[in-house]
Design a protein around this ligand. Sequence first.
Ligand code: ATP
Ligand code: MG
Length: 612
Amino acid sequence: MSATDSAPKPANFLRTLIERELQDGVYAQRQWGGTPGDAAHHQAGPADPAAVRLRFPPEPNGYLHIGHAKSICLNFGLARDHGGVCHLRFDDTNPEKEEQEYVDAIIEMVRWLGWDWNFQGTEHLYWASGYFDFMYRAAERLIERGLAYVDEQTPEAMRANRGDFTTPGTDSPFRSRSVAENLARFREMRDGKHADGAMVLRARIDMASPNINLRDPALYRIKHAHHHATGDQWCIYPMYTYAHPIEDALENITHSICTLEFEDQRPFYDWLLARLSEPATLADGRQLPGLLNAPAPKQHEFGRLNLTYVVTSKRKLKALVDDGHVQGWDDPRMPTLAGLRRRGYTPAAIRKMAEDTGASKSNIWIDYSVLEGTLRADLEGQAARAMAVIDPLPLTLTNWAELYGAEHREPCGAPAHPQLPELGQRSFSLGPELWIDRDDFAEVPPKGFFRLYPPRSDAAGVTTPGNKVRLKYGMVVECTGCEKDADGRVTRVLASVVPDTKSGTPGADAVKVKGTITWVGRHDGIAAELRLFDRLFTLAQPDAGDGNYLDALNPASKTVVTGYVEPSLAVAPADTRLQFERHGYFVTDRKDHQAGAPVFNRITTLKDSWGK
Ligand code: ATP
Ligand code: MG
């Protein structure tokens, strides 16, 4: 577990619970066989060196998103903080849907977030499909104990006979079959003798239970489907509710943390693991030891994390990709971890957000601006500064040639970061032709405008001189006019240098100015593609209510412009995070950026503009 954030950890109910259980020695007697396995395997091993075991169990059917990051940081963080380990387990019990692309992406993003599944030299990466043999054996055990039966009702009859909240269920006519008959039928299912949907294996619990999940839930279904790992070995596959507790128990998990919607499944989780870990005496008198190690894992539920202005369902995210609303899973507007990384988010900011939101017993909504605030706080102290012009307008210094000679370039410099001298200096130079941002000039200045505006005379003939500003790290210039095209659009700003005002020289403070603007030299600036992003959806909760979330897509969520950046960035490697002074945080795009053809994504502006 490698992520090491030193900040104090806010309390949450799971942390409190684990600390109390460790104090009480609840898991102190557990043995561990070195790999996942059944009771005999673990009981032949030494005391479990991991004080607690948790797991993150994604289904490899899509990319991880910010909600998963919450679950990852919670599970891996709790394990790290309590002398334990968190397993990465691919929940691949459902054939057909899984793809290697997703598996690779999940591994990459969990690592990117700063976590690993190594504990004392052992890797704990597992596949639920690796447990199919055991799951089958456990199903036969349940049948032998009269706790499961093969039901041949049609799916419709099964549904109708389940009852509802007010009506108890009705027993299936197949519920009272003999053990021998059930075993024979189940083996036929396994051996491919029956078609998909012809029958299912069900637990025999209580058709009148007030908890509908206990009304004889299905354990196995027939599915003649190829599985990415087990190929055509199986044509029956375990149901999630049956498979998941067994996966946890085989891996000696102590705390099985899941989201709130699984709360109603907890009684079945406990029922199943209790039956499979206790010794049993069969009708024929045979005595059998428990199949699963004890104490059994316990399930705990916490509230999902939702983020405003995005959707976080894999299905909906997939639709955005498949229908071309975004350019791939890693589009910088996507709330996927791949998208957030490409956007320039730091793993530390995401971990901090997860830590700050703790764990609660209700689903929570995080405002996108909170996530951005956490990111800004992280970037502020580490991102090197640079100057860039986003909406370029030429500025000509008309007296440059006369003062210094047309070919003269005045070297300028600045620290890469105001508080981090170790990041060194950046250098660039001033010349007669520069780029400035269009909104740093106003032909007719609004009240309180301290940037460039030309001299003018009012109706009474009173003349106001052109405004003076400092070119940041350079000299003071005085605006003398502008040029316009036929449509009246300003095409060039004219100014003259005020001599002896260079930053860092004794004369610098002789002329007081109210405004400082950023700029890039036309002789040494580098043209760059700048990708500017806005929220992906116009509604805070695009998938709440009855509307189609796609109707809430923001048509202006991405703008691409050509800007200019200072020459030190000519060789910036991909994934470099910077603060463009006054414009926000940017990152070199990890896919498209190249030396000579720079591409920057705006991570976020310097101030929050979301809530407004
Ligand atoms: P989705 O609904 O997006 O398809 P999922 O829950 O089906 O997500 P899984 O791959 O099954 O995706 O999830 C792996 C783990 O991540 C589960 O333990 C799940 O509870 C957790 N998880 C998924 N979404 C969130 C969320 N929004 N907040 C917290 N945990 C989440
Ligand atoms: Mg799921």
